[in-house]
Design a protein around this ligand. Structure first.
Ligand SMILES: Nc1ncnc2c1ncn2[C@@H]1O[C@H](COP(=O)(O)OP(=O)(O)OP(=O)(O)O)[C@@H](O)[C@H]1O
Ligand SMILES: [Mg+2]
Length: 243
């Protein structure tokens, strides 16, 4: 059984594009894979990632995660298996690093439990994660006062606090300098190799993609135009997109 299966995914027709945003997407991803999602601006990469956590209405097709078909009933269970790093971070700037990380636990708690605050074990786990990601001295700092690379690590900790099996990362290194980019990619790589986390990440840098991922999927106008190894990625990318 594949970890992620997408069959014939199609979104509603978008009049602004004269086509559906996602158009007949078929994909299978195994446990433990490190996949990079590539394509030009507007190709549908973010939409595809968001569809895997049920944030995109589909008019056709099916998504199975661990054999479980995504339906309104199964979505809460599926979402607990998937951590997501949104394009641009998606952190709450007014909250501290640890408060943002604890937000990653909200999906596991009822509204009433949320009123009571987070249990001590969640707070300890959040502190440990931030420590492991090199932010031990920033735990109580307001997120707006952290650098882009530090914010990205807070976002990773928030995604990891629910111990997901799958991590979806939408442009995790966009806007970061060379050193911070390598650090974030290294963190993702270690999560993949050491903890067996399945990773799908959107990147725009083909060199970094080839350095870290084993498999590349290229989207163009909502369709998969390449799905294969990262060998000669620059050439493959230019060829499939006729650049
Ligand atoms: N809610 C929406 N309603 C209508 N069109 C949308 C919506 N969301 C995205 N689109 C359009 O769908 C296309 C794909 O958007 P998406 O954000 O998935 O692209 P992307 O590949 O992630 O691009 P980028 O590299 O710029 O992040 C774009 O043309 C966008 O304008
Ligand atoms: Mg995007």
């Amino acid at each position: 059984m594949k970890l992620i299966e997408c069959h014939n995914l199609e979104t509603a027709y978008a009049t602004s594009l004269n086509r559906p945003i996602l158009n007949d997407i078929n994909l299978d991803i195994d446990q433990g894979e490190f996949v990079v999602l590539l394509g030009l601006n507007g190709a549908g990469k973010s939409t595809l990632l968001r569809s895997l956590v049920g944030l995109v209405p589909l008019v056709k097709g099916e998504i199975h995660i661990h054999g479980l078909e995504m339906t309104p009933q199964t979505l809460p269970k599926i979402r607990r298996e998937i951590g997501m790093l949104f394009q641009g971070g998606g952190l709450i700037r007014q909250l501290s690093a640890i408060e943002n990380v604890l937000c990653g636990r909200l999906g596991m708690r009822t509204t009433a439990q949320t009123w009571l605050g987070f249990p001590k074990r969640d707070c300890i786990l959040a502190q440990e994660l931030l420590g492991q990601l090199g932010l031990r001295d920033k735990i109580y700092q307001k997120t707006s006062q952290l650098s882009g690379g530090q914010q990205q690590r807070v976002a990773i900790a928030r995604a990891l606090i629910q111990s997901p099996q799958i991590l979806l990362a939408d442009e995790p290194i966009t806007g970061l300098d060379v050193v911070a980019s390598q650090q974030v990619m290294q963190i993702l790589s270690e999560l993949n190799t050491q903890q067996g986390l399945t990773i799908i990440t959107v990147l725009h840098d083909l060199g970094i993609a080839a350095e870290y991922a084993q498999r590349a999927i290229v989207l163009d106008a909502g369709r998969v135009v390449y799905d294969g190894k990262c060998d000669n990625l620059q050439e493959q990318f230019s060829q499939v997109l006729s650049l």
